[in-house]
Design a protein around this ligand. Structure first.
Ligand code: A2P
Length: 334
């Protein structure tokens, strides 16, 4: 079997570390794994399933000979190095939001639009974490009847803000439990321990945050539903891992709830977890450290005649970021 030379930019971060683990778990055929980060991490040795690997500072010369580069850093880093990755002849599977809405860049959830990945021009974008989790949950419904609108509220874990997110939450929690004052928040806008923050990203002119608009803009592109209307509120919650989403989808046709449950149970990447009598519904402590999106609390919406109300939850570091990127890379080597 052919083996591939793979690089990871942001290999020391929350998503990059998970990518390393997942490449190993999924037996990705690795000839070389090149770990790249900022100058701060130069020389750091990281244990991986492929042996101990030294991290190097990312420069324009970092990509020679690579087949695939997985991006797990911020937008500015992705934009800075995309030309050098292209010049080196590698395909860039990027987790930042920099290229997601570029019409020359496919935006891919392998369970939904795998065929788009092969139309790339050197870059494939990995969607927003809440978007991936929500779309995997509702894709089965869309196959029954086209979704026209989606109203959602997200409950997003602190690790979505990077490795320093949970650290800030735990430090604040320890201080508050000890009756001590907390340090000024650095990662989040406000204290996150014992609190909820209804802001992820900056606010636009329409009053929605950048994170809230991603569900509509990225959802339209991934599901090939250009007229999809999405209204969303994104909230940071004091949870370590796994985002949860409350969603109402309105379909063209009136759907039978049993058909909806069956479609979700059969949808790739989704798991029906919906038995109120057994207190079975998706929760972060149930869904973390796995790749499946759990879907439950399925019921008829009481506002829209064709509306279905549901609750879904998935590990945003894995399926919402690292696993999805590795799955895209797998599409490239098939
Ligand atoms: P480093 O650890 O050297 O700062 P997280 O999202 O968990 O905060 O991680 C961000 C990742 O992006 C880290 O691996 C970080 O590396 C990396 N990173 C930050 N700035 C750069 C840069 N200018 N070039 C390459 N990687 C960067």
């Amino acid at each position: 079997m052919k083996k591939y030379k793979v690089g990871i930019i942001g290999a020391t971060g929350a998503v990059g570390q998970e990518m390393i683990k997942i490449l190993g778990e999924r037996n990705f055929p690795i000839e070389e794994l090149r770990l790249l980060a900022s100058a701060r991490s130069e020389g750091k040795i990281v244990p991986t399933p492929f042996g101990d690997i030294t991290v190097h500072e990312t420069t324009d010369n970092s990509f020679d000979g690579l087949d695939i580069v997985l991006g797990a850093a911020e937008n500015d880093t992705a934009v800075k190095f995309a030309p050098a990755i292209k010049a080196a002849g590698a395909v860039f599977v990027d987790n930042s939001s920099a290229f997601r809405l570029d019409e020359n860049v496919p935006l891919v959830v392998p369970e939904i639009n795998p065929e788009d990945a092969l139309k790339h021009n050197g870059i494939i974008a990995n969607p927003n974490c809440s978007t991936i989790i929500t779309l995997v949950a509702i894709n089965g419904i869309n196959r029954l009847s086209k979704i026209g609108s989606l109203t959602a509220s997200t409950y997003q874990a602190t690790s979505g803000a990077g490795a320093n997110g949970p650290k800030e939450m735990f430090a604040q929690t320890a201080s508050l439990l000890a009756g001590e004052p907390i340090d000024d928040p650095k990662v989040f806008q406000h204290q996150i321990a014992f609190n909820l923050i209804p802001q992820i990203g900056g606010f636009g002119e329409n009053g929605y945050s950048s994170e809230e608009m991603k569900l509509q803009n990225e959802g339209r592109k991934i599901m090939h539903l250009p007229d999809l209307k999405v209204s969303c509120t994104c909230v940071r919650v004091p949870v370590e891992r796994s985002h949860a989403i409350s969603a109402v989808v309105v379909t063209e046709d009136y759907l039978d709830l049993d058909d909806v449950r069956k479609a979700i149970a059969e949808a790739p990447g989704a798991k029906l977890f919906d038995d109120g009598d057994k207190k079975e519904y998706p929760m972060p402590i149930v869904t973390s450290n796995q790749d499946i999106v759990y879907v439950g609390r399925i019921r008829r919406d009481l506002v829209h005649e064709n509306g279905i109300n549901l609750w879904c939850c998935g590990d945003q570091v894995r399926k919402g970021a690292a696993t999805n990127a590795v799955q895209i890379a797998e599409l490239l080597i098939k």
